[in-house]
Design a protein around this ligand. Sequence first.
Ligand SMILES: *Cc1c(COP(=O)(O)O)cnc(C)c1O
Length: 438
Amino acid sequence: MSQHQVQYDFSNVSRHVHSEQMFERAKALIPGGVNSPVRAFNAVGGTPIFIAGADGAVLQDMDGHQYVDFVGSWGPMILGHANKKVIAAITETAQLGTSFGAPTDRETYLADLICDRHPHIDMVRLVNSGTEATMSAIRLARGFTGKERLIKCDGHYHGHGDSLLVAAGSGAASAGIPGSAGVPKALAELTTVVPWNDMAAMESVFKTYDDIAAVIIEPVAGNMGCVPPAEGYLQALRKLCTAHGVLLIIDEVMTGFRVHKGSAQTLYGIEPDIACFGKIIGGGLPLAAYGGRREIMQKLAPLGPVYQAGTLSGNPLAVAAGAATVEQLTDDVYKKVDETTLHIIKELQKLTAKHNIPAAFTGVCGMFSIFFADKAPTNFAEVKKTDVERFKKFFHGMLEEGVYLAPSPFEACFVSYAHDDSLIEHTLSAADSVLAGL
Ligand SMILES: *Cc1c(COP(=O)(O)O)cnc(C)c1O
């Protein structure tokens, strides 16, 4: 498959013989047949499609079916799959060796790219996954403040670290498990959960506890579907944290370099004490980062007492892929991604109205959600009240028509620079016929 040369064929049939066989084999050797739970399709039912390859915004499965991809590896692929410059950077770098466990100048270059676009981030530490970034950010916040309590919002997902698997959205929500077995009670007790977009609840927690080290948020919630911040919420939260000497950790693993070239913190003009990145900054390879004010970051080993390390941290291939991605993220890219996102939302809205189906849409540049409900949810309790059964039918209908949406009503869809007019047109005509049958 090669972008712009091939005539796509989205005429999918319901038989996924190879995917079904491969899933059976995988289930014998890998728990649930997958290496990350949401891939198993538990939230929508059915068999996950096994991927053969991808190009631009099109995926091909092992049965030869093609799909317009709105998952984008759950966020990283903002330029589309197999971007030429990213692949070239990985290939060229690999010729020089794949890991050294010693510093390279490329790591400083990527750190510079990140700091340059985020005026409140003076230093960053590179790690391997979003989970590692948030876990480390919390340790750093505790080490810096000398306090232990963590506040998070209901339905926000910050990776699978022990302290953070409390009322976390998406995978955990779909499975109906509040958090996870195996998380020590003593640790979970140090995490206090409040509803998203509820300033009164946040203020009340600040009155109750005097041992708060940090508040961690997704600036645009994306792991319970896309639920943007209420007007003024982030600014009020920033003020509250500053007044109480509590650090604000902005988890931009999903929103970083997606919603704006300076991420959500720039889009909403809100200063983090520590910010976490992942997904896009690895360009599809395992890489994440956390960064912040110099006085905070200097508490990290080898300078300070907070320990964090990694054999593969700052891996040359991941750094090359990340840098090659960020270098291409110009104003024009964001303008187009933003326009495409707004266009999809507007047209889907017309289609749901045409077919008399109650639906509400949310979105911020590059991410959007469709909720089968009368109005857009503003917190996780409202998200859970949306019509999940209708979403399942919509998901499978779209899959049959060659459109791959996030396989869960609690996940956002992602738009890339590679979603061109013909792919959007196909998506909308697919939606028209699927909505007609709901
Ligand atoms: C994906 C995600 C994470 C976890 O990142 P992994 O690389 O999957 O460990 C953390 N926070 C947010 C907001 C995310 O979207």
